[in-house]
Design a protein around this ligand. Structure first.
Ligand SMILES: Cc1cc2nc3c(=O)[nH]c(=O)nc-3n(C[C@H](O)[C@H](O)[C@H](O)COP(=O)(O)OP(=O)(O)OC[C@H]3O[C@@H](n4cnc5c(N)ncnc54)[C@H](O)[C@@H]3O)c2cc1C
Length: 370
């Protein structure tokens, strides 16, 4: 069996490892010209299900490296108001578990053993179902590839999903986000509220503005494992109603975005905008927030969806875990020995159930209804 995977984010490489260890021929196609072509060095919490998928499907050494370079977490999830007077720790389920990592470092670890099967700068354009039951993809570099199955792990704006399910409902919320990171210098440590240094802190305004803050403190340096150096940082994300940022948000350069994010919270405790202003311009990115509705069941074809491509959801710290769980589930169905389309149908049936339950949970949590 030959599987074509579009997108070398989180779910794609996990799926590729899972299939490869069972002798399946895989090829990953990534639109970005290189693993670090875009600013994407943010801290990510992967829930217990996602962690279990990584543990089950990555080579043991890669999983151990992921763990060794993960974040030292000393606290949980707290919320506070813009005056930072009281911090309330949110009760998480006792089995929440999981792993918190620097996304780029984790991707470097996952992709290291897959470089021979990964094509960077090869964006997906469209696919064609062939008469013999296989699938052909057309790539932005002008090349094509053929396989028995096409898997979309190309994220919230999945081009594969657009072709497979043209009626799929993904809605962009009115909120916009600017996220970035500030090196964890002595000055940043002084400015950062302590729950954000130990765990995750949400600062919630009364008018729809909110700030996410969380330090990434590497347990061990990625250089210990032959990876590029990475310093500790504090990740931040300033979310605000679209009107606060104005219609040109996506046209701004990094310096303007930094200033815009800092200004959006300028009337909050001054330490917060000061922390944002110390951000590294190279890592400042504007973003939209998507939610989606469960599609009607469709007839299985040799094309399927995994992760954010299948179920875009509001930010609530669960989507990465669900994406990795999808990858593991699909791998297990594909190597079960069942006929291909039965395996795909079985995966999709189960994925749609828990995937859209997760979308609902994320929507509730994003609204602050824990
Ligand atoms: C600032 C920030 C913080 C976050 N924090 C958390 C968190 O703490 N916990 C959590 O659970 N989630 C978090 N998320 C969400 C999380 O990153 C996603 O849910 C997760 O990455 C989804 O994994 P994926 O593999 O489905 O897609 P992605 O990781 O988005 O990967 C998609 C890949 O496909 C590639 N691609 C796109 N289009 C094409 C194309 N046409 N051809 C080829 N390749 C293509 C992209 O370049 C990318 O590499 C956060 C997101 C952001 C932006």
């Amino acid at each position: 069996m030959r599987v074509l995977i579009i997108g070398a984010g989180l779910a794609g490489p996990c799926l590729a490892h899972g299939l490869r260890r069972h002798g399946v021929d895989v090829e990953l196609f990534e639109r970005d010209p290189a693993i670090d072509a875009r600013a994407q060095g943010y801290r990510i919490h992967i829930n217990g299900d996602g962690d279990a998928a990584l543990r089950a499907w990555l080579p043991a050494e890669a999983y151990e490296q992921g763990l060794a370079t993960s974040c030292r977490v000393g606290g949980g999830v707290s919320v506070t108001r813009p005056d930072l007077r009281h911090f309330t720790e949110i009760d998480l389920p006792p089995d929440a578990g999981g792993i918190t990592a620097d996304r780029l470092t984790l991707r470097r670890i996952m992709l290291r053993d897959l470089m021979d099967a990964t094509r960077f700068g090869a964006g997906f354009s469209r696919y064609e179902l062939l008469d013999d039951g296989t699938v052909r993809i057309f790539l932005t570099d002008g090349s094509t590839a053929e396989g028995d199955l096409l898997v979309a792990t190309d994220g919230v704006n999945s081009g594969v999903r657009r072709q497979l399910l043209p009626g799929f409902s993904a809605t962009v919320l009115d909120d916009r986000l600017i996220y970035g990171r500030t090196p964890l210098t002595a000055q940043a440590r002084e400015l950062a509220p302590s729950p954000a240094l130990e765990g995750f802190l949400g600062v919630v305004g009364a008018d729809g503005r909110r700030l996410a803050l969380a330090a990434q403190r590497f347990r061990r340096s990625p250089t210990d494992f032959g990876l590029p150096a990475a310093d500790d940082y504090i990740m931040w994300g300033v979310t605000a109603p679209a009107g606060v940022y104005g219609p040109e948000l996506f046209q701004f350069g990094a310096a303007d975005l930094l200033e815009l994010a800092a200004r959006a919270i300028a009337d909050w405790d001054p330490s917060l905008s000061a922390l944002v202003r110390l951000g590294e311009p190279g890592y400042v990115v504007p973003g939209s927030i998507y939610v989606s509705e469960r599609p009607e069941p469709w007839t299985p074809t040799p094309v399927t969806l995994v992760g954010d491509a299948a179920h875009p959801m509001a930010p609530a710290g669960i989507s990465a875990g669900v994406a990795l769980h999808d990858a593991g589930l699909l791998a297990s169905r594909l190597v079960s020995g069942a006929p291909l389309l039965d395996a795909v149908r079985s995966y999709e049936t189960e994925m749609l159930e828990y995937g859209f339950a997760a979308v609902a949970t994320a929507t509730r949590n994003y609204a602050g209804d824990y």
